[in-house]
Design a protein around this ligand. Structure first.
Ligand SMILES: Nc1ncnc2c1ncn2[C@@H]1O[C@H](COP(=O)(O)OP(=O)(O)OP(=O)(O)O)[C@@H](O)[C@H]1O
Length: 325
């Protein structure tokens, strides 16, 4: 068995922008490498400003986007092997949770229909009775029950409750990995921490790892085992969450950490985006150099290599702030 749960290897994705005749290309994800060990389940938070490539990377991990370059492996199984690692097995292994739970369910169907369909169509349960037991058990682990949910339509739930149902649905396949892209962004501020706390509980109960994409650095700080910071499609810092958040090594991570708001606020409101956004994506030297207070001539000439620190973190910078590399 592979010792890695997830291996993201030199993965890139570009989009053509500016209309049909335009040859302009935007590299939304630029040669990203991330590993998650399979020793114990973890929560990896992916953070970064709007447009840095978080969702594009998640869609690649969910096989919703083809990769332009590189490969992704889950428990050693390559995404390139579409026959060996087929769609059915993939749906069991990797499950999504989306931002807006009301968009995840049709308003015309009761939510338990979705839960039964998942359990029966994916052959997790042999029959309706077994499916009911499995669903009830899973709903109870997110603070609900089949009795509470049965026969109700999405609009009969609050956002927080419906997101709990989405989480239960994701758990029914007993996945190895759940990708939660901004799962609390549309939830009432008072409920955000409840949902995020659930991830911590479920991680251990179901031995499932989470990729938690968020704008909300304060929840990321609380919940993460690992943090990956993206900037203009590049992974600029990755490693153990506490070390990175308490002692950032990349000047951009330092900027983000200095702007951590209280739980529930969006920190991107506090950062000013330069009007050079498109140009920054196309930069061939360090992409952060135009905004970096420590940038030197070298940073404006060439691209830094990824440096590895003793504590396991990786930093894409010529001059990391805590030079243990
Ligand atoms: N289908 C697409 N076609 C063209 N450009 C795209 C497409 N999807 C994403 N992009 C662009 O790729 C870049 C990265 O987008 P992405 O949605 O991955 O960022 P993000 O970090 O998830 O942002 P947000 O936090 O706002 O959701 C952005 O500049 C975006 O406009």
């Amino acid at each position: 068995m592979s010792e890695k749960l997830l291996e993201i290897k030199n993965v890139s994705k570009s989009f053509h922008i500016g209309g049909m005749l335009s040859k302009k290309k935007l590299v939304a994800v630029d040669d990203v490498n991330i590993d998650i060990d399979d020793v114990r389940p973890v929560i990896l938070s992916i953070v970064g400003e709007s447009g840095c490539g978080k969702s594009t990377l998640c869609k690649m991990i969910l096989r919703l986007h083809d990769l332009d370059q590189g490969d992704i492996l889950l428990s050693g199984r390559s995404y390139k092997d579409r026959k060996g690692y087929d769609a059915f097995q993939f749906r069991l292994d990797v499950q999504p949770i989306f931002q807006n739970p009301y968009e995840s369910f049709s308003m015309r169907k009761t939510v338990d229909t979705y839960l039964f369909n998942t359990a029966l169509r994916l052959k997790i349960a042999k029959n309706y009775k077994e499916a009911g037991e499995l669903i009830d058990d899973t709903l109870k682990s997110v603070g609900l029950s089949l009795e509470v949910v049965k026969g109700k339509y999405p609009t009969q739930f609050s956002g927080g409750e419906l997101q709990r149902v989405s989480i239960a649905r994701a758990l029914i396949t007993r996945p190895k990995l759940i990708i939660a892209d901004e799962p609390v962004a549309a939830i009432d501020a008072s409920m955000k921490m409840n949902i995020v706390n659930l991830f911590k509980e479920l991680k251990d109960k179901y031995k499932v790892s989470f990729i938690y994409v968020t704008h909300d650095l304060s929840t990321a700080y609380y919940v993460s085992d690992y943090i990956a910071t993206l900037y203009r499609g590049c992974l600029i810092e990755y490693g153990p969450a506490k070390e990175i958040m308490d002692n950032p090594a990349h000047p951009y991570t330092e900027l983000l950490m200095n702007a951590i708001p209280r739980v529930g606020e969006k920190w991107d409101q506090e950062l000013v985006m330069p009007d050079t956004e498109d140009k920054e994506y196309a930069i061939t030297y360090c992409k952060f150099a135009p905004r970096c207070p420590y940038a030197t001539e070298e940073c404006r000439k060439s691209k830094p290599d990824m440096k590895t620190f003793d504590d396991g973190r990786k930093v894409l910078c010529f001059y990391p702030l805590n030079s243990k590399a």
